[in-house]
Design a protein around this ligand. Structure first.
Ligand SMILES: O=C(O)c1ccccc1NCC(=O)[C@H](O)[C@H](O)COP(=O)(O)O
Length: 211
């Protein structure tokens, strides 16, 4: 069955919508510039709400040790998603510091970007392939843009690699079929405004991904 992560949840109601729809993973963004950013106490409460119902992911961007420990203490996540410019060495260090599995997001725009897959495979527990942020974008992710999925044809992708970037109810089935991947992540494609998740779109996404 397709593994689904809904990222950027920030309210109890929309978190319930994701859990009720059958999401495997729910993601909470800690990045103040993002419209999906959750303050620490909100993140703590949302993570408690999801405990035992789905895997809980904290999304961090180039965290220093203090903010890493703060997020881990508050949220007790099942997975840390690193969505910045963390080097392979820093990914390994964060795994060692926290004892938690790490998913490293890699920005893909051209065939040259596939080299990063080799660089992080075997270091990160999972990889997330996202579209590279467009020039001038203020966020490194959650931009609602796709990359050319055909770039992945013939690439050696580690088990569990997750696809993201510009996915939504209308294109997720095609993305899965074209890439052969079995795990997807979505944020803006299930929103009705930046940072505002839409329960109906979440349900439609899950149904389309598993249809
Ligand atoms: O979503 C954000 O606001 C965000 C902010 C900073 C770093 C990463 C962010 N999102 C990363 C995700 O996991 C998204 O789900 C992924 O980029 C796909 O986003 P979208 O194209 O909007 O579905």
């Amino acid at each position: 069955m397709t593994e689904i992560k809904i990222c950027g949840l920030s309210t109890p109601d929309t978190l319930d919508a994701a859990l009720g729809a059958g999401a495997d993973w729910v993601g909470f963004v800690r990045f103040p510039r993002s419209p999906r950013h959750v303050e620490l106490e909100t993140a703590r409460a949302l993570s408690r709400q999801a405990k035992g119902r789905a895997g809980r992911v904290v999304l961090l961007v180039d965290p220093d040790d203090a903010s890493l420990h703060q997020a881990v203490e508050a949220m007790e996540p099942d997975l840390i998603q690193l969505h910045g410019r963390e080097s392979p060495e820093r990914v390994a260090e964060i795994r060692a510091l926290t004892g938690l599995p790490v998913m490293k997001a890699l920005g893909i725009a051209s065939a040259a970007d596939l080299a990063s897959i080799t660089a992080y495979a075997g270091i990160a527990d999972r990889l997330l392939l996202d579209a590279k942020a467009p020039p001038g974008a203020s966020l490194p992710g959650g931009n609602g843009v796709s990359f050319d999925w055909d770039l992945l044809a013939g690439a050696a992708l580690p088990a569990g690699t997750m696809l993201s970037g510009g996915l939504g109810p209308a294109n997720v089935a095609e993305a899965l079929a074209r890439t052969g991947l079995t795990a997807v992540d979505v944020s803006s494609g299930v929103e009705n405004a930046p940072g505002s998740k839409d329960p109906a779109r979440i349900a439609a996404f899950v149904a389309a991904a598993r249809g």
